[in-house]
Design a protein around this ligand. Structure first.
Ligand code: ADP
Length: 514
């Protein structure tokens, strides 16, 4: 390729014979002139040149180090290779030669060993020759390499697995952690195989253990929807049986025109955290079962004692027994809550669906709690005769929980308002209190398991932080929603909604709204 180029150079028209570089036996003076010109490349920072058809410089503007500042005239009329002899074998020159034939602009960058410089170049055809723009890009390139190497060190050093895929699903970048996760011996091995093949060696499941369809993979969704996608997934290696839990976060990489060209997927390993959580859940399950047995025995024993005290008419002991039974009842509620929590976690809760009078249940809850509180007036605004299909006991549990919280967290207030609204499709219940409220940063977390506010005032209230979590789980199972609107020190309104048509394991039922 380059020999053609050189021969082209050697075949320059006779009127170019004056250019020093072309002379086979240059005189010492010519040699000196050539030497002097050919050092220009060492000092140039930017150069804009116009060349005529013979590739001679007709015009040149440049910035260069001081020794070249005044020498513009020396360069005019010189052949390009007399000024930049190193270019003879270069990509720029090659482009330049071909551009003359195909008449299209070109650009690129290349390294010149003699100058120890990266040169970025652009060439544009003009009517009588060509315009060349040359730029010393060494510093930019050095910084680029430094940034690239820094990034590479970070990506390879992090514990998270990082993959970059093109739109065809081919892995174009992977770090060591990703290769390990994918059961590949090296990053190179992972780069050689298709991701679909690698993934087929794993079962990928969601949090409740259901196999995740490919259309739900965050990487796939990020590509299709052109926005970030996240999922908690379980990777089970079919060969080894090893299980890894992770949060996968996929982000689309777009071109300027908004077209997704790549997807970056990051797998954050949470296996240890999940194992710990599983052990904690198992402990709560076992502990609550263990507590249930002595509680039942204590209940039976207190009943026997009650009979004996009544026979002896021992009023003092009967009073003490009342207190013991009250405390035992509280303990039993706590243990039941913990057992319930375990059942929700394990997905073993069975709903007993029936049609019931929702308005009557709400009245019952409000009446019961009104008898138990002397500090708050409970106001219920509910149309009569709303009929709902659901698990009556569980829906009652939601109502009790929200109302008990409304009373508990509004010590200085004196009323709670419960409102019920209906539409043909939904029933919406809101419980408004005028109590301590919830800070903005706590709001997204109140329905999480064990979540309790950290501030001193909140710590003075008894509780386990599982009531709202259970409400949200119960409503989820009824295809309903729960949400809260609140401001610190300005009270809270907890609301939930239930659909009037409920799907239960492929059958559907309708609730009747008056
Ligand atoms: P707990 O048994 O602690 O009350 P919950 O799950 O019912 O557990 O509530 C979680 C947390 O949400 C509570 O600890 C409390 O800080 C906050 N919270 C719940 N209801 C209210 C309310 N009506 N007003 C203010 N804060 C509330």
């Amino acid at each position: 390729m380059f020999s053609d180029q050189n021969s082209d150079y050697n075949n320059l028209p006779a009127d170019n014979a004056e250019y020093p570089i072309q002379q086979e036996h240059p005189t010492p003076v010519e040699n000196e002139a050539r030497q002097s010109l050919s050092t220009f490349g060492n000092y140039m920072k930017y150069a804009f040149l116009i060349l005529d058809e013979r590739r001679c410089i007709t015009s040149i503007y440049y910035t260069a180090e001081s020794s070249w500042r005044e020498k513009r005239e020396e360069l005019i009329g010189k052949h390009i290779l007399a000024v930049f002899p190193e270019m003879a074998n270069s990509e720029i020159y090659q482009h330049y030669l071909s551009m003359k034939e195909i008449d299209v602009p070109f650009e690129g960058e290349e390294y010149y060993h003699t100058w120890k410089k990266w040169i970025k170049f652009h060439g544009y055809p003009s009517e009588d020759g060509v315009c060349l723009f040359l730029q010393d890009a060494t510093l930019i390139k050095d910084n680029w390499y430094l940034a690239k190497n820094q990034l590479e060190a970070i990506l390879q050093g992090v514990a998270d697995s990082i993959l970059i895929l093109d739109t065809a699903g081919k892995v174009i970048y992977a770090n060591k952690a990703a290769a390990q996760l994918m059961d590949c011996e090296s990053v190179e091995q992972l780069l050689q195989v298709s991701l679909a093949d690698v993934i087929s060696n794993f079962v990928i499941a969601d949090e409740i253990g259901q196999v995740l369809p490919a259309s739900e993979y965050p990487g796939y969704r990020a590509l299709l929807e052109a926005k970030a996608s996240q999922a908690c997934v379980r990777f089970v290696n079919k060969r080894t049986g090893e299980q890894r839990w992770g949060i996968v976060q996929s982000l689309p990489v777009m071109r300027e025109q908004g077209k997704v060209t790549q997807v970056v997927s990051i797998f954050h390993d949470i296996t240890e955290f999940k194992d710990l959580e599983e052990r904690k859940d198992a402990f709560i399950r076992r502990a609550s079962h263990e507590l249930r047995t002595p509680l039942t025995s204590l209940g039976v024993l207190t009943q026997i004692m009650r009979k004996q005290c009544m026979a002896r008419q021992d009023k003092q002991l009967l009073l003490l027994l009342d207190r013991i039974e009250h405390q035992l009842e509280r303990l039993a509620y706590l243990v039941d809550d913990l057992l319930d929590l375990s059942a929700f976690q394990a997905g073993t809760v069975i709903l007993h669906m029936e049609t019931f009078d929702f308005s009557a249940i709400l009245h019952e809850i409000v009446d019961t709690l009104q008898h138990a509180t002397s500090t708050h007036k409970l106001i219920l605004e509910c149309p009569p005769g709303i009929s709902v299909i659901g698990d009556k006991r569980r829906i009652r549990q939601v109502g009790f929980n929200l109302l008990t919280n409304a009373i508990k967290y509004s010590r200085d207030a004196n009323q709670v308002i419960v409102r019920v609204m209906t539409t043909p499709d939904w029933i919406q219940v809101s419980v408004q209190d005028f109590g301590i409220g919830i800070a903005e940063y706590d709001l997204p977390h109140v329905f999480e398991r064990f979540y309790q506010m950290a501030e001193p005032i909140e710590k003075t209230f008894p509780g386990l932080g599982i009531g709202l979590y259970m409400c949200s789980e119960i409503l989820k199972q009824h295809h309903g929603y729960i949400w809260v609107e609140s401001k610190k020190n300005q009270g809270s309104t907890f609301s939930f909604s239930l659909p009037t048509t409920i799907f239960v394991e492929n059958n559907y039922c309708s609730t009747a709204v008056p």
